[in-house]
Design a protein around this ligand. Structure first.
Ligand code: C2O
Ligand code: CU
Ligand code: CU
Length: 420
């Protein structure tokens, strides 16, 4: 890998956006009015990011979700940037091509800042993604789609307040946004198109499908390519999960419209345009993934997701920044058994681990579905479900594990592990 130094500036700031009916509302964003720039990096590259907190009166952090880096540059709740302060952070990309993202992670205050618009994508490319004949003309046949839901009040304003339902199940809204736009149109070429999907909602689980139940092929999960494409008609993504998919629009005529839905809600519409000059494929084999064997594990741990509302917790404990919950040995492999026992109320919890990409050994005692047989950093547990994860911890430092329903995280459904 070539060692190139790339430098980026991220300024977290307040802004004004328009989502519906020409109404202006206060939002937050990086370097602009809502969301942030797409950062593109190469495996092997060293990246420097100059982060400035220009929010005025709130602390923030920038966490690199899915990135395998040491704890001191992970951007979790320990790396606070005070108002009007800056932080320069440097890390080396050392993991396969993937669609990752970044967002704030201040203790107990993550939900509001992400909701207001602080989030962006980090795309990693490597020798595998360079060689594959898949669509990769960014902005022509390769599009990132950040899917979010927001609640605008009767005046069209974006206000972060939580009612009883939001406290229980996380903040949901009836206004879907894709890349910050409500009900957008996107012109796509007649042919194969790659979509890099992020469920960037605070809490909602997406159940994505296309008009006519048009099939598509999932080629990547959170941490990189799957070994083989998986043909799907519906894709379930918990909050913070990503998937790369290829949709083939070649059977449609120019000008035809194909909607993307989350259950029965239209998120956006694709308009078929002209064919592109370049031929792309959905290859049978995308990459090879070295399976981590259960025998390699030196330890196994249990994580029980439980509680309701303000009481949500992991293993009976709520987040304490002065307490390390789990101590992990550097370079060792562990099995983490995560369960979401049925309680008085059915709760979904997307469980996320910082600083590693893991593999799913089992879901409910069985081999995971084909589209979960790749690298993952978040796993969705429906009520009553359990999963067995396996990971090798290659970076030192203090890291978080938590539910990625941000209101659950903020309530304390988070713990810390120390790798040493
Ligand atoms: Cu996406 Cu702890 O974060
Ligand atoms: Cu993370
Ligand atoms: Cu949760």
């Amino acid at each position: 890998p070539d060692e190139k130094i790339a430098e980026y500036d991220l300024i977290a700031q307040k802004s004004t956006s328009v989502f519906v009916n020409d109404v202006e509302t206060e939002t937050y964003g990086y370097n602009g009015n809502y969301l942030g720039p797409v950062i593109k990096a190469k495996k092997g590259e060293e990246i420097t990011v100059n982060i400035k907190n220009a929010l005025g009166d709130e602390e923030t952090t920038v966490h690199w979700h899915g990135l395998e880096v040491p704890g001191d540059v992970d951007g979790g709740p320990h790396q606070v940037i005070q108002p009007n302060e800056s932080l320069q952070t440097t890390f080396t990309i050392n993991q396969p091509a993937a669609t990752l993202w970044y967002h704030p992670h201040p203790l107990h205050k993550t939900g509001k800042q992400v909701y207001k618009g602080l989030a962006g994508l980090l795309l990693i490319e490597d020798e595998v993604s360079d060689k594959l004949p898949i669509p990769k003309d960014y902005g022509r046949n390769d599009f990132p789609l950040v899917i979010q839901d927001r609640q605008l009040n009767q005046n069209g304003k974006l206000i972060y307040d939580l009612d009883m339902m939001d406290v229980m199940h996380g903040k949901h809204g009836d206004t879907p946004l894709v890349n910050g736009a409500n009900d957008a149109l996107l012109e796509v070429p007649k042919g194969k198109v790659r979509l890099r999907l992020l469920n960037g909602s605070n809490a909602r689980t997406n159940r994505l499908h296309l008009k006519d139940e048009l099939p598509f092929w999932q080629i990547g999960s959170d941490g990189g390519f799957l070994e083989k494409p998986v043909k799907l008609q519906e894709l379930v993504l918990g909050a913070s999960e990503r998937a790369e998919v290829i949709v083939d629009f070649s059977s449609y005529k120019e000008g035809e419209r194909i909607e993307l839905f989350d259950q029965n809600v239209r998120l956006m519409t694709f308009v078929v345009g002209e064919e592109l000059d370049k031929e792309t494929e959905i290859p049978e084999q995308l990459t090879t993934i070295k399976t981590i064997k259960p025998e390699e594990a030196t330890k196994s741990r249990e994580f029980v997701l439980q509680g309701m509302g303000h009481m949500v917790n992991i293993n009976g404990k709520q987040m304490d920044i002065h307490r390390i919950d789990e101590e992990v040995n550097l370079d060792e492999t562990e099995i983490w058994e995560v369960s979401n026992p049925n309680g008085r109320m059915a709760m979904e919890h997307p469980f996320h681990v910082h600083g590693v990409q893991f593999q799913i050994l089992e879901r409910n005692g069985e081999e995971p579905p084909e589209n979960e047989r790749g690298w993952k950093d978040t796993v969705l547990l429906m009520p009553g479900e359990n999963v067995k994860l396996i990971a090798t911890f290659k970076h030192k430092g203090t890291f978080m594990y938590h539910c990625h329903i941000l209101e659950h995280e903020d309530a304390g459904m988070m713990g810390q592990f120390q790798v040493d």
